[in-house]
Structure formats: structure tokens, C-alpha cells
Design a binder for this molecule. Sequence first.
Ligand SMILES: C[C@H](O)CC(=O)SCCNC(=O)CCNC(=O)[C@H](O)C(C)(C)COP(=O)(O)OP(=O)(O)OC[C@H]1O[C@@H](n2cnc3c(N)ncnc32)[C@H](O)[C@@H]1OP(=O)(O)O
Length: 724
Amino acid sequence: MKQPRVTMEVGNDGVAIITISNPPVNALALAIFDGIEEKLTEAMRRDDVRAIVFIGSGGKFSGGFDINVFARVHQTGSNSVLPDVSVDLFVNVLEDAKKPVVAAIEGLALGGGLELALACHARIASPKAQLGLPELTLGVIPGSGGTQRLPRLIGLPKAIDMMLSSKSITSEEGKKLGLVDAVVPSEELLNVSRQWALDIAGRRKPWIRCLHSTDKLGSLSEVHDIIQRARQQAKQTAKNMPQHQACLDVVEEGIIRGGYSGVLKESKVFKELVLTDTSKGLVHAFFSQRTTTKVPNVTDIGLKPRPIKKVAVIGGGLMGSGIATAFILSDIFVLLKEINSEYLLKGIKAIEANVRGLVSRKKLAHDKAEKALLMLKGVLNYSEFKDVDMVIEAVIENISLKQKIFADIEKECPPHCILATNTSTIDLNIIGEKTKAQDRIVGAHFFSPAHIMPLLEIVRTEKTSPQVTLDLLTVGKAIKKVPVVVGNCTGFAVNRTFFPYSQSAQLLVNLGVDVFRIDQLISDFGLPMGPFQLQDLAGYGVAVATTKEFSSSFPDRTFASPLVELLIKNGRNGKNNGKGYYIYEKGSKPKPDPTVLPIIEESRRFTNIMPGGKPISITDEEIVEMVLFPVVNEACRVLDDRVVVRASDLDVASILGMSFPSYRGGIVFWADTIGANRVYKSLQKWSEVYGSFFKPSKYLEERATRGISLSAPASISSGARPRL
Ligand SMILES: C[C@H](O)CC(=O)SCCNC(=O)CCNC(=O)[C@H](O)C(C)(C)COP(=O)(O)OP(=O)(O)OC[C@H]1O[C@@H](n2cnc3c(N)ncnc32)[C@H](O)[C@@H]1OP(=O)(O)O
């Protein structure tokens, strides 16, 4: 592994080129800050240096402060390792330098990387560079002057938008906004930057120290209004996350008391925020997401991914059309197969609508959309399957139909072809029973809508070859999904872990707890909606089918609630027919429907589990825990059964598949912040009162009693067992 280093080369023109080198993204590790300070000091001292240019090696300026240092703070609980660069280096040595410094930006300039560029006296960028301050996604705020210099360069509204949304902009946008002084072709970047630096030294170009400028900030009353609006919006969009309001506080401080005060406050708040649970959760989620593609005995045995250029999708329904959309958007040719022209046309129209929908929401350029649609061909038979690299079956959940399709495609496709199914419920061994090529069978479980949801569960059986798993991991990344490798079991990782979620909510309702109170508390906890609104959204047919499926696989831990059947009997089907637990009116938020209450009463009479016939008295905290601890309990079984490679994969799957709040780090990480012992004791207590649904799993019991975290690798716990 290459060591992080900063080098300096002084040209005959008197320009010192300082290069940051820390592959793969030139993260600003502590050694890089030391190197920058050392080289800048040397450049200031040397008489042969008239001006300085910063560049990053390998076509990237910098991906920002080294996030590994945050992880170290989280492990030790001390923020003393965070460097004091904001004033000492960025203001005193760099911005207030006696020689001009220019940032030559190619590729990434994110977080601390962009802040380094902002402290320079000019910025020249190559086209398509990515400029952004994404610190809030890590639970912190920009900590090296970004909150002060960005508003001063591009104005307050756009700066707040960039920081609060964490979205980056291109160099072209940066030029329009005043963030970038010039955009030049890559091959001219260094020369133009050198000349620019010399021009500043010769006073032919302005020497701008933007921390002190105020011309783009507007009047104090305008500032006040913009910040107030941003605060209100952040209250809605960033519930439970302190960094958004903190960022606005710091911006405001700098505008009222001046940039230097702003930088001081920013530095203090940044260091405090690194220590928060929010930052711990988000940094854990960042690294976990990048670890899912490291799979022992797959990605570490010297295999090379094979190219996947042509994919066939069988079935053009909701899932099939979404999957096909995801591939064509990434320039992979798709054959969409249907059984008749009516269904085929429907499938193609759905794909066109998916693609054009992205254009109308400004997520995709018009020409890219048209290019993507050229990558699609509809077919009614297998005659063009001779050269496909992968087939993904996405037909209805019917075992004999899937078995027939797999037997057919084995015959029609080339011997290297991956045979994948998008089933969410059926055992892969059963689907492939009539197929000889068991090593090529794999699950590609997308989440709906498949062209938008980022998670891809790659389901492998004992026979799936490592090569096939690797190929799917690679193509999964190519189509911009986060692939997580999971074992073959009912519900795989996400649906299995979360099946107790709606079950426990049903149990609580039958114990007399108000549905709308449960939903409100769960959404306050951070999920986008509560279990009942989710049921409304999915339609009750889904709830009936999944409950049936899980109750037959895991009868010991299902709760038989008649409520959904009663709702269906009363003509309700959730959002689909506008009649659910909520009233759905166009253009307004769902409103609790009081007419559902008598149906709930009927369910309670039927189950008759309220102690003494009276609703239980329960705190808000207990409600959240009674809904989520059974999910943790199932997560423990998933870990025990080795359905996932590591606990953090389940964290990623819970965040991306179930929208578990990323700032809580994922389901297992969150449980560990509470402590295995507390989860265990609560479940044990409830199982004594309310029955086996809450019975703690062996894994949880063992970890709780031995004081081991739930996420610790299996070798720390019981003896190693073969993976699923
Ligand atoms: C004081 C300052 O204000 C504070 C800060 O600067 S906080 C940091 C701000 N910067 C960020 O948030 C950027 C985070 N990184 C990213 O968004 C993306 O990694 C990226 C857009 C830079 C590159 O994406 P992509 O090309 O898909 O590569 P990706 O797989 O994510 O990253 C490649 C490797 O670089 C690592 N990496 C990326 N950014 C890093 C960073 N800032 N610090 C340390 N490692 C980083 C990743 O962990 C990964 O490591 P691995 O190969 O060992 O798994």
C-alpha cells in the first residue's frame, strides 16, 4: 500500500506545484496535512518560488478529510486526534500567505478537499469535476472553513443548499456560481493554473481572500429570512440529526460576527459533532456500504469478473420492467421476454415511463434517456438468448412456472450464462431443481421500484459458484446498486429480518395500543413511515401472503392477527383503493381514518389478549422497543444462520432495503448502542407476559450473558459453523 505523501516541484517559472497523493481518493490523512504545511512553509521561504499551485495525483483533487480518523475518534471516544488545521493551516499559512496559491481541480474536490481549494486564492477546474461539501452525510459539518467561504463565494441560498443537501455540483455550474474561476480542458489545467498564479503575483488577476469578503452575502434581514426558512425545512427533512441546525448556527455566526469568528465556531462545533451517535452511525454506514463487496472466498481468491454485456429479463411486470430499466440506464443491452405481444408492449411502455420519469424529475438528461432506450429489445421467444451473459427471471411467484423457465433457459443460453431469479420468497434450490447447472443459479433480489431502490440482495446457494457471485457483485455495482451477498432462506436477509416488524405492531394493536400512536412513534424514531401506513402502501394482499409464508417457515414466532383479513372483508385495501388505516386524498398527507376503529375493536374481541379485557398501559419508548426489538431478535437469528457475511452487511441491507435510519447505523449497530443485555432482558420480560413471539434467540441470549456485542464476528462467540 502506498503511503500518503505530499511532494513539491518548483519550475523555472517560479511556480511550485504541490501534489497531494493518497490513493484512491487523495483523502486528507493527518500525514497529508503535515505534508501540506511543510511544503507550503518551504515554498513561502524559498526565494525561487513566486506562486504555488495545488494538485491531486491520479486525476483527483481530493475526496476530503480522511474518514478513518472519524472512525478512530469513535473507537476511542476522544476527539483529540482531530487536527487543528482550520485556522493554523488554512487561514494562517494558506489564505493569509504572502504568495498566491491556486487550486488546479480535476475530478473530485469534496469536503476538506473543496475547503482546501476554497482557501486558495483562485480555483481552476477541468470539465465535469465534482465539487461538494458532503460532511452532513457523515453527521458533521464542514470543518475547515467551508461554512464560511462557500456562502461568500456563491451566495447564501446556494451554499446552504449545497451543504444541507450534500449534493455536489460540476465545474461548469461552479463557474456560473463563482466557485470556480475558469474551466479548462484537462490537458491545459496545470499550465493555465501556473499562469493564473503568476498573474495574481503580478497583480494582473485579483488576489482574493474570500473569508473576508461580504459582497455576496446580502443584507442581515435577507440572511435572517434565508436561514429561518432553511431551519424550518431541516426540521422536516432531517429529524433527529443535530448537524443540520448546527451548520446553520455556524453560518449565521460567521455572517453576524465575521468570517474569522465563524471559522472558530465551526471548528469547535465540528469537533463536538464528530463525537455524536449520529456521526458514529453515519460513518459506520459509510464504511459498511463499501465493505459489502468484499466477500471471503469470492473476491479474495484471484478471480476476475467476466463482462456482462447482454442480459435477458423474463417477465415485463413491475419488477421485470424496473430491473430492465436499471440495466439499460447503465448501457447494458437487455432482451425483455414476455409471453404475448400485449404483455410485452405493456412491459416496454413501463420501461419507457420509468426512463422518461427520470427525465421529467431532472434525474437524467434527455439524450441519455433516448440512448438508454436503444439498449432495449422486446422478444417473445428464446431465439436470441444464444449469446446472453445473464438471464434474470422476474415472473409471478409460481414454483412450477419458474422451474420450467429455468429448465428452458439452461437449454437456450450459452454455458457461461448466469441463471438468476428475482424471487423474493421461493427457495432457490426448488426453483433450480430441474436444472443441471446448479453452480450458475443465483438470486438477484431487487427491491421495488428496481430502477430506483439501491439494494440488490445476491442470494447464493451452497452450489452457486464464487465466479457467478463475483460477476453479480460486479454487474450490481455497474448498475449503481449496493450489492449484499446473502444466504438462501425464507425472506433472505431484509424481508426475514423485518417480518416481525409488522407482526409486533399487530400484536400491540390487539393489546389495545392505538395504531396511529404506533405509526407516529416509529416515524419519530426515523423510519419514513410506521408499520400500518406501510401496510396501506403495499396493499393488504402483500401482508396476507407474507404472513402466510413466514408463519409456515417460523411458526414459533408469528402472531396470528385477524385484523388484515377483517379490513379486506370490510372492503379496504389500503392506498390502492383509498381505504386503509388512513384516508388518502390527492395532494394532502394521509389522515387517520376514524372509521377503521370499529374494525380494530372487532379484531381485539377476536384475539381477546388484552389483560382483563382492558388496553395495556405502555410508554412511548416501550412501544418503539416492542416493535423493533423483535426485529433485532430476528437479525440475531440471521447472523447465527450466517445468512449474511458480516453484521455490517445487515446494517446496510436494513438501511437500503427497509429505510432504517442511516444515522442509527443500521439495525445491528443500533441494537449494540442499546446493548445486547437490555434487548435480551426486555424480550425475556415480554415473552413471559405476552408469549413466545418475544422469546429471545439463542444468539441474543449468549451475547447478552457473555457481554459480547451483537456485531462481533462469530468466531468470538460459539464455534464456527458452515455458512448457508
Ligand atoms: C474537515 C472536513 O470538512 C471533513 C471532511 O472532509 S469529511 C469527508 C468528506 N468527504 C466525503 O464525504 C467523501 C466520501 N467519499 C465518497 O463519497 C466516495 O468515496 C467518493 C465519491 C469519494 C468516491 O466514490 P467511488 O469512486 O465510488 O469509490 P468508493 O468505493 O466510495 O471509495 C473508494 C475507497 O476510498 C475510500 N474513501 C473515499 N473517501 C474517503 C475519505 N474521505 N476518507 C477515507 N477514505 C475514503 C473508501 O472507503 C473506499 O475504500 P476501500 O476501497 O478500502 O473500500
